[in-house]
Write a new protein. Structure first.
Length: 182
């Protein structure tokens, strides 16, 4: 059962909602426009808010759904969330090139009631963004703040998975920064 929940979580997380929105809204491959990313921010930049809001809500819902289903099965929600975030970032359907995992992580973290971690992420993200105007730098800083807080105040056994979620999201933002040469 454990393996099936993790596999389902990964596969659900890997559904590329921004890519599908690009195909449905404009008949385009969103990876060829804007930042090339398959996430909410690029959907907003390329397709507009009308597509970005549903993309965000669906990605948020993916995180919430896997946590909910894992709990129903009597499993740790955070490990299912980690699988979904990894699926979002490295989707099998798009040759491992996905989004940055924030909306999916955010949805699951809301259901896991990780409010202090979410506030830490948002506060650091906002501060860095106001000074740098760079969402990748802000995302990296926010993810590292979340990771640090999760490591410091998390509770076992979910603590390890929370730290891993933060590190995976931070890594993806770091990779984006180095790819862009910033």
């Amino acid at each position: 059962m454990y393996f099936l929940i993790l596999l389902f979580s990964y596969l659900l997380g890997s559904i590329p909602t921004a890519y599908l929105a690009g195909k449905l809204w404009r008949g385009i491959d969103i990876r060829r426009y804007g930042s090339g990313n398959v996430g909410t921010m690029n959907a907003r930049a390329v397709l507009g808010w009308g597509a970005a809001v549903p993309v965000f809500l669906l990605d948020l819902g993916k995180g919430m759904l896997v946590v909910y289903l894992a709990r129903l099965a009597g499993l740790e929600g955070n490990i299912a969330l980690l699988a979904a975030v990894v699926g979002h970032i490295y989707p099998v359907w798009l040759r491992w090139q996905g989004g940055k995992g924030l909306a999916t992580a955010f949805g699951g973290l809301l259901l896991e009631q990780q409010f202090f971690g979410i506030l830490a992420f948002c506060g650091v993200w906002l501060c860095i963004y106001l000074f740098s105007r760079d969402s990748d730098r802000a995302g990296l800083g926010g993810a590292l703040a979340f990771t640090g807080l999760a490591a410091w105040r998390g509770v076992a056994p979910g603590k390890l998975w929370l730290v891993m979620i933060g590190l995976v999201v931070a890594w993806k933002h770091f990779v984006e920064l180095t790819r862009k040469g910033r």
